[in-house]
Structure formats: C-alpha cells, structure tokens
Design a protein around this ligand. Structure first.
Ligand code: GDP
Ligand code: MG
Length: 754
C-alpha cells in the first residue's frame, strides 16, 4: 500500500506527488483543469496571513486552495533529501507519465493517428472576405491585450482572472480581408461548469467562428495547453498565439514550437501582445489558414484511453508532447527577487498593513489630488454658465440651459478627475498581479461572512462605481457567491455618492469633517457585512465550490495598458453622464419649472413689508418650486419621510437620485439655488442649506439614506442582466426599506444631541 497523506497536512516548502483527488463533479473538474491531477508534483509555497487559504505551486504556476479543499487531495510526500527523493520517484514512477517510455510510444502513435485535413470552405463562401475570429484562452493569457493591439480598440485589460466579463467585438481590415474579432471570456477549459465556459462553448458551437485564436501563455504551457486539447476535440480551426513569448525567452527556456505545432496540427505564432509583437504575423497566418493554404493544419485525433481517466489523460498527452519540444531552464535568478517581493506583500504580519496602505494611498490620491482639476473644472463650468447667461435673452430656454443642463451636468463632470485617478489605481493593482494577492489574503475574512476571496475585488471596485463592480461579480464561479456579492456591492459608497456627502458634511459639520465622511463609508461596509451574514445564513445556506484561484506572476504594467484602462473608464463615466444624467437633469428642471406659478409676486410680498427686490425674487422662486410637479411629488411622499426628519425638498432630491446619485446634488442645487452666481454654486448651496432647519443628526441620517437606498438605475439594470428581474426588484425594495429603517433609527438619536 502507498502511504497517502492529504495535501493539507504538508508544511510550507514540502513537495509531493498527487495520488488521488477525492470529491465529485464540479469540484473534481475544477481541480483537474487547474492541473491537480494524478502524477503531478505539487509544492506548498505559503499560507495566507490568516493561515487559510494556502498557496501551492503546480505545473510551474501558483494557485491558492482552501484547507478544506486541500484535504480532499491525496498525495505521496517527497522526502526532503535528494537520494530518498529519487528512491521514491522510482517507487512511484507510475505516477510520472512522461517518464514512462510505453506512454511516450503511445503518444507518438496518437500523433500519427490523424485524420485527413479538414476541408471546410463553407465559411469562406458564406462571409465573403469577412473572417470571424474568436479569441479563446486562459484568464490572463493576454487575450484582451492582443485584441486591443490587433483592433486598435481600447478595451479594458487587467492582470486578474476574469477581468474580461463580457464579449468584446471589433472590426478591422487587413490585406483586403475584414476581421471580425471577438474577445471571449477567459476559461481554463470548455465544459459547462462556469458561465464563462458555457459562453465560450456556445459561441464556438452557435456562432461557428472561422478561426479560433487560442491565446496560450508561454510561461505556463502545460496548463494552457489543456484548453488546446479540448479545442482539438471540437471541430474548429485553430491558430495558437504563443503569447508572453518574452517571458519564455527571459526565463531561458527553449521551445521548439514549430515541432509542437506540426505534432498537433495547429500553426503556432509567438507573440508579445503587450508590445504588439507578432500580431501582424498572427493575422497573416489567420488568412492563410482561412484560405486553407497552411500546410501545418490538420485534424488530429487524440486517444485518451479508458473512460474513467479521460480528464487526466489530456495532461498525459500534453506532457508527452512537451517532453519532446520544451526544455525548462536551469534556475532563474529573477525568481528569488520576485519571491522576496511576494514574501513581503503577503507577509503574515506586514501583508495587511501594506494592503491598507495601498488602499489609503488610492483614496488619498483620488480625493486630495483630484481636488485640483476639480476646482478648475468647477470654475470653467461657472464661466460657461455666466457667459450663456449674458448672451441669451431671458426666458424658458435660457433657464433650461443654465439652470437645467449646465448646472446639472456641471455638478457631475467635476468628478471626472476622481474617477480617472481611482481607476488608474485599480488598473495598476490588476495589471501588476497584486489584486489577486489581495483576494488571497482576504479570503479567510470574506469566508467568515459567507463570501469568497474573489468577492473582494468587486467590492473594492464598488467604491469607484457599482456598475462595473456588479459586472465584475462574474469572476465568481458560484451563482450563490455572485448574487450575494451583487446584493451587497451597492453598500460600497461609489464615487457618485461622494458629492452628496461632501455637500452635507460641508454644510452641517464644522468639526471632524474627514471623520464624519469616513464614518459614512464605514457604515456602508458594516451594512454590507451584516447583510452578507444574514443572507448567507438564510437565503444562501448552500454548499460552495472550491476556492481555486490562480495567482498570476507579478508583472510590470505597461503605461499604455494602464492609461487605456483609465481612459476607458472615464469615457464610460462621461457617456453615462451624457445620457442618463443629462436626461434626468432636463426632466428634473422641467418638473420644477412647470406648471408656472401664476400667483403675482405682489401678493406674496405684501405681508413682508421690509423685503428687498432680491428677496422677493428668491421667495418667488421658492414658491415656484413648491408649486411645480416635483414639489407636488415631494409633498406627496413627505408623510413617509417625516419620521426620518426629512422634508419635501429632501424627498424630491431622493426621487431624482434614483436616476444616479449625483443628481441628488444637482437637484438640491436647483431647489435651493435660487439667486446665486453659478461660479459660486456649491458655496452658495452650502450657505442655503445652512439656512434650513436641519439638524446634524437629520443630515447624517440623510447621508446614510442616500448611501443605502435604491442604488441607481444603471446598477439595477446591471443586476437585472446578471441575475434576472427578481433579484433586481429584490434589490430595489430591500435597499429602500433598509435605508428608511436606518434613517429612522438615526433620527431617534436627535434628543441626545440637542
Ligand atoms: P486576458 O485575461 O487574457 O484578457 O489577459 P490581459 O490581456 O488582461 O493580460 C493580462 C496581463 O498580461 C496584463 O497585465 C498584460 O499587460 C500582460 N501581457 C499581455 N501580453 C503580454 C506579453 O506578451 N508579455 C508580457 N510580459 N505581458 C503580457
Ligand atoms: Mg481579458
């Protein structure tokens, strides 16, 4: 009998050979596609700061597993001493497929066992000279980078598994051919266990691309080629982009990719997508293959042997093919430096302070550094509205332009610098590979509240904007984790809520403004934790999938990628502003402009004998607002808001804020602004607010209400898209009810502060 141990029993630095993977279905499958198969060597690298999960090295890459999952992997430990090690190697040589000479012959036979070249020119006739190309590959293999370079489009790129959460399409021309490129989500295999896999599978089967570009990470061939073997099994024309070829050569490995290409009947083109190298050659090769003039292309049939070992056998084939073509380097001196860096970044004690420091730095830069361009934009908007005010004659159109459009959109455009800086940092964290380490460190904590280490990424992104955050939940494999993360993401105070907080804090809190602001953010996080615990114990009390997460190698990001990503986000924000917010601003303005108050000014002013003409105008405007449709709406819901200490104007702002939370500010601007110069808009608004009888307690309750209630239309749309109508409706209702309860409770504290 072999002496088997569970992988979880090993200590840091220990090595072992995998003997058997217990467990069934999705669990087993997930481990297999990541390379945890019989006969493979696995090494324990380190525990996360809270001991769980654990980082392992397998097939030359890093992956993290929870203890509970490592328990299910049976291994034969390798003794530390070389002699003993060799002895054991011999003892268990049946685990080493490539060492097995019979197996090698078998592989040679398999390779010889090929079908004739596929004759399929139906596609050519159907599309004319348009080539439909789909990019398929592991997460982080560089698909999006390649896609961007090939198409010149600015898609978002990141060094984190699953950043591509949707399909991107681009059209480009080359040598008289039109290329229709599709950037598909990253997958480790093409089965039906995750939405990404299902998506890729459906795209290949239903859209029938003419050519599939299989993007293979050259620094991690063994695992990447697993997907390739599945593509071979499907009836598709493949060209391999051997990406990250720079890393392979830097490492000192030698790889006869041409020989491998001939062996498997797929042309292989080395590329360095991040520098645009090899892309031209790749596109030329695609044309050749499309026109059936490439001699390499032929259909091979891989014999995987008996049925019960079919998954493992893919790796057997790969190992055999690589044995003949790929030569590992001796030792890489760079490895030590990277390991030292990683040891510090995920250190038991230092890891968290470093992480918090990065978070602090990110927020500091976003909000302090962002202040300068913000001021410039603010004065620019002021100048514009002054100018428009002087060149246009009085009337509804001028009011619409100045008070509706410029004031409304202007109060939003000032946040563009913050958005750009925030996304610059998030993109930097993703591109360097640090984001995955953060998830690795956070898993234990996240697990405690029923979430997944990966949930952490959408939650952090939520501070920027909840919409991409909700979309980023797709990186979670399990529906339960996805929906749970989606439901609590809106409690992360997005940048659109910040203007509301800034306004209220400036108006009602003279001391400790920073602390008050911080407490609102913290309240959101606490709310998220609370809701997550409650939901994971009730609605989502179900078994979970294994936490198998790739830890991509640390990479120095290219400025191009990071800035492209940043601009992309900025663009999204501006588009959102240009559409939803513009429409909402006009709507709100219209609702408060009509119907016009018919009551003559003199009637209003007669009672107040000492009024100046300016005051009369102010009062008239206030009367107009109250008389208008929006005022009526605010009055209508006032009874519900009264227990919270809110009045109808706050009610109006809350209703308007459902479109997007920034609109709460622009609505207040319109409701309270009365007679102020636009270049002093925010100061004047603060002054106006201070005139009202709101107490700081009510003001605080209002901030919490804005934080918690109905996220915004765009978020609801995103949730609907990801999880369906029922969860979208659930989110609308439960957040609004929760907001009411919280603001009500806060209002009960009023006596304590008076
Ligand atoms: P995807 O998940 O497959 O879409 O991968 P991405 O396109 O987001 O790329 C992941 C990371 O790899 C990014 O940080 C890229 O800058 C980097 N990258 C992409 N191609 C190359 C390459 O050829 N060489 C190197 N060294 N890095 C690359
Ligand atoms: Mg991508």
């Amino acid at each position: 009998m072999h002496r088997h141990l569970s992988l979880a029993k090993l200590k840091n630095g220990d090595e072992a050979i995998i003997a058997h993977v217990l467990g069934e279905g999705a669990f087993r499958h997930r481990l297999t596609e990541m390379g945890f198969v019989r006969g493979k060597k696995v090494k324990v690298i380190k525990n996360a700061p809270f001991q769980d999960p654990v980082e392992y090295e397998i097939m030359g890459y890093k992956v993290s597993l929870r203890h509970s999952e490592a328990e299910l992997i049976q291994v034969v430990p390798l003794a530390p001493h070389l002699e003993e090690k060799l002895q054991r190697l011999q003892q268990f040589r049946d685990f080493f497929l490539p060492e097995d000479e019979n197996r090698q012959e078998e592989i040679a036979g398999e390779v010889a066992d090929q079908c004739p070249q596929r004759n399929d020119d139906e596609g050519a006739r159907e599309h004319g000279k348009t080539i439909h190309v789909a990019l398929v590959g592991n997460p982080n293999s560089g698909k999006t980078t390649l896609f961007n370079h090939a198409s010149g489009s600015h898609e978002r790129v990141g060094n984190y598994g699953g950043v591509t959460v949707d399909v991107k399409e681009a059209t480009m021309k080359k040598d008289g051919y039109t290329f229709k490129l599709f950037d598909l989500p990253g997958t480790y295999s093409i089965t039906e266990y995750t939405p990404e896999e299902l998506y890729v599978r459906q795209h290949l089967l239903e859209q029938k691309p003419d050519i599939v570009i299989n993007v293979v990470d050259a620094s991690n061939l063994e695992r990447n080629l697993y997907l390739t073997t599945q593509l071979i099994d499907m009836d598709v024309k493949v060209v391999i982009a051997l990406n990250m070829y720079d890393e392979l050569t830097a490492k000192g490995a030698t790889f006869d990719y041409q020989a491998l290409g001939e062996m498997i009947g797929i042309p292989i083109i080395p590329t360095v997508a991040s520098h645009g190298k090899g892309i031209n050659e790749l596109l030329e090769k695609i044309i050749d293959v499309y026109e059936d003039r490439d001699p390499t292309v032929r259909k091979i049939h891989i014999n995987y042997g008996t049925e019960d070992t079919v998954e493992d056998a893919h790796y057997g084939f790969i190992a055999g093919a690589l044995k003949e073509t790929y030569q590992e380097p001796e030792v890489n001196p760079e490895d030590n430096k990277v390991r030292e860096l990683d040891d510090v970044l995920t250190h038991r004690v230092l890891g968290f302070p470093i992480f918090l420091f990065f978070m602090w730095l990110m927020f500091q830069a976003t909000f302090s550094l962002g202040q300068y361009p913000m001021d410039w934009i603010e004065s620019g908007v002021g100048m514009l509205s002054d100018w428009v005010g002087t060149i246009m004659s009085e009337g509804a159109l001028r009011d619409l332009l100045v008070d509706g459009i410029i004031a409304g959109v202007g109060s939003v455009i000032v946040f563009l610098p913050n958005i750009l800086i925030l996304f610059f940092f998030i993109s930097l964290m993703e591109d360097t590979g640090y984001m995955a380490r953060a998830a690795f460190m956070m898993d234990k904590l996240m697990h405690k509240i029923g979430l997944h280490g990966k949930s952490f990424i959408p939650l952090v992104m939520g501070f920027g904007c909840n919409v991409p955050a909700v979309m980023a939940t797709r990186t979670l494999e399990n529906r339960k984790d996805r929906i749970l993360t989606m439901l609590i993401t809106p409690f992360m105070s997005c940048s659109a809520r910040l203007p509301v907080y800034l306004l209220i804090v400036s108006a009602f809190f003279t001391a400790h403004q920073g602390l008050v602001l911080f407490s609102v953010y913290l309240a959101g996080i606490l709310m998220a934790i609370l809701v997550a615990i409650v939901l994971s114990k009730t609605v989502f009390a179900k078994k979970e999938v294994p936490f198998v997460m790739e830890l991509p190698p640390y990479r120095i990001p290219t400025l191009r990628n990071t800035t492209v990503h940043m601009w992309h986000k900025g663009q999204q924000y501006l588009t959102k502003m240009g559409t939803i917010i513009l429409v909402a601003s006009i709507l709100i303005w219209g609702l408060s402009y009509f119907p016009q108050n018919e009551e003559p000014i003199t009637t209003i002013a007669t009672n107040e004998v000492t009024m100046s003409s300016q005051d009369v105008e102010l009062l008239q405007q206030a009367k107009q607002e109250e008389h208008s449709y929006i005022g009526q709406l605010g009055h209508f819901i006032e009874p519900v808001l009264l227990p919270l200490g809110f009045d109808w104007k706050m009610g109006v702002s809350i209703i308007a804020g459902m479109g997007a939370k920034e609109i709460v500010v622009s609505t207040m601007g319109i409701l309270y602004q009365a007679d102020v110069n636009a270049d002093e808009a925010s100061d004047a608004l603060i002054a106006e607010l201070q005139q009202q009888n709101y107490t700081p307690v009510v003001a605080y309750g209002f901030m919490l209400f804005v934080l918690i209630y109905f996220p915004c239309i765009a978020v609801i749309a995103a949730i609907k898209k990801e999880a369906g109508w029922s969860w979208a409706i659930f989110t609308m209702v439960y957040t609004t009810c929760l907001a009411w309860v919280v603001a009500f409770l806060v209002n009960q504290l009023t006596p304590l502060f008076t």
